[in-house]
Ligand binder design. Structure first.
Ligand SMILES: Cc1cc2nc3c(=O)[nH]c(=O)nc-3n(C[C@H](O)[C@H](O)[C@H](O)COP(=O)(O)OP(=O)(O)OC[C@H]3O[C@@H](n4cnc5c(N)ncnc54)[C@H](O)[C@@H]3O)c2cc1C
Length: 471
């Protein structure tokens, strides 16, 4: 949602620019218009902004030198991975220096004996997953953007993904990290061991901090043994409420699938228009379920899932007999976000979470809110952990529709909180949700968060205009 309008004011005086360029050399420091345009936008579909310069450092010392200069000259620093964030976290809303971390793309170590890896934050998530899987290990966090998002961006947003229902989110796999704070200090936090409880847990504080406290320059990640096998199936329902009841039935039967995703009727149609996969467009909902583990266990769990789907009125259940069939099932799910970009000129993309048992109620509320504001609301997401991606569709050039869409989002958040949920499960607050954060976080807690930020970033140069409400 466009919470802030386009802004550009030259902030980097020639003297500062010269010193910054001297840190990196001309190949990795740019004020070329094409770079400023490229790094003024991200996947959040907002109006473009313009940074004053783009830096592509390769070492923590270079990042520290840039941040020290940014302190001296009061220049905003915006850390950036792949720019796939959906809440505008990487946007230079107040100009300044975009610090692109993609040259930090090394795997320093995969320690199979201790199930850890040490990596640079610019590494693409899927590349890292492929590298550990090649040696029989497993890094579960799998945002649908994993083919292009970076591990640093995942850490800064505490990204989730389809496997969170069984395996948790990015935070659960970060044991320690190195970061350059807003002061320019380089710090190391956390451990390289399975446990550790020495002092405050600054690792968990930096994870999910959306680049507002510092720049992450290295990550120590926890790995698991790669599950031996998996089973994939889709179930198609006439009615979304039957799919929601199936999710509740699985929980009641103590089945924890590795993934449990859902698509509603509108998202099925959008994806089919986009990819022409021949999906069952008459269906009101689709569940995509994966079970994993030793072959007998994965199969038995998939049998239970199939049975419960049928008992809850699934019209068809399809099991994938081969990896290619499973991949075809996943194609539809992974295509939803890009498909929705084509469905209307604007979408306010939210990722609320409600307690699993309240998903059916939330779906009814979403229908009511769409009707009240005369807008289409499309839902899909991680049914297994109650994380529903709610897209309020509108035409961007129509101010009246834009106003109604914002009002609808506020109603969605109010309903979410009423049902005991949270307004963001994995996309963070960024710019798009900062005007709503005080619906969930009490003033005294927000004030404490601001004081924490000041301790890490006294000059307020790290990613300003994000998370906190205000001008
Ligand atoms: C098609 C699509 C599907 C998606 N699916 C999912 C999904 O399933 N689950 C999910 O959680 N998200 C999803 N996302 C959102 C997005 O991909 C994630 O938030 C991802 O973690 C962002 O990574 P990035 O490298 O693109 O970060 P960016 O967008 O570049 O940055 C995101 C935030 O992280 C900060 N940041 C980046 N690197 C660093 C660093 N090294 N140090 C400090 N701060 C840093 C930035 O300042 C910004 O605030 C999806 C996005 C798209 C476009």
């Amino acid at each position: 949602m466009p919470a802030v309008s386009g802004h550009y004011s030259p902030m980097i005086v020639p003297e500062a620019r010269k010193k910054m360029e001297a840190v990196l050399g001309p190949d990795y420091f740019s004020t070329r218009p094409e770079d400023l345009v490229l790094y003024g936008t991200d996947a959040s579909n907002q109006p473009d902004f313009r940074p004053d310069a783009v830096a592509r450092p390769a070492t923590p010392e270079e990042v520290a030198a840039l941040i020290r200069l940014a302190n001296e000259y009061r220049i905003p620093v915006i850390p950036r991975g792949a720019g796939s964030g959906l809440t505008g976290g990487a946007l230079p809303v107040r100009g300044g220096l975009v610090c692109v971390m993609t040259r930090f793309n090394r795997i320093f170590e995969i320690d199979a004996d201790n199930l850890i890896a040490v990596v640079g934050p610019g590494l693409v998530t899927a590349d890292f997953q492929a590298a550990v899987e090649a040696v029989g290990l497993f890094y579960p966090p799998d945002p649908a953007s994993r083919d292009f998002s970076t591990l640093g961006g995942n850490a800064a947003e505490n990204a989730g993904g389809t496997r969170a229902v069984k395996y948790g989110v990015t935070r659960d796999y970060i044991l320690g990290l190195q970061a350059v704070l807003g002061t320019g200090e380089i710090i190391e936090t956390g451990v390289r061991t399975a446990k550790g409880v020495v002092g405050y847990d600054l690792t968990r504080l930096l994870v999910g901090s959306e680049g507002t406290l510092g720049v992450i320059t290295r990550l120590i990640l926890r790995l698991l043994p790669l599950p031996e096998s998996k089973e994939t199936l889709t179930a198609w329902f006439d009615d979304l409420s039957d799919a929601a009841r199936t999710v509740a039935a699985l929980t009641a039967a103590r089945v924890v699938p590795a993934t449990l995703e859902f698509m509603d009727r509108a998202s099925i149609a959008c994806v089919d228009d986009y990819l022409h996969l021949g999906l069952d467009r008459a269906a009101g909902a689709m569940l995509l379920v994966e079970t994993d583990g030793p072959p007998a266990q994965a199969r038995a769990e998939a049998d239970t899932v199939a049975r419960l789907c049928l008992e809850n009125n699934a019209r068809t259940v399809k099991r994938a007999d081969a990896p290619e069939e499973a991949e075809a099932m996943w194609r539809a799910r992974r295509a939803i976000s890009p498909a929705l970009f084509r469905a209307a000129s604007g979408k306010m993309n939210e990722d609320i979470v409600v307690p699993r048992s309240r998903i059916p109620e939330m779906m009814v509320r979403l229908d009511d809110i769409g009707r009240k504001h005369g807008l289409q609301i499309i839902s899909f997401g991680h049914a297994g952990d109650g994380n529903i991606h709610v897209d309020v569709m509108y035409e961007r050039q129509d101010p009246e529709q834009t106003r109604r869409a914002r009002a609808a989002v506020r109603d969605v958040f109010a309903a979410t909180l009423e049902l005991g949920g949270t307004i963001s499960g994995e996309h963070g607050i960024g710019t798009t949700k900062r005007e709503f954060i005080d619906m969930e976080i009490r003033p005294e807690v927000l004030s404490l968060m601001r004081r924490v930020k000041t301790a890490f970033d006294p000059a307020g140069i790290m990613n300003p205009g994000k998370i906190f409400p205000g001008p």
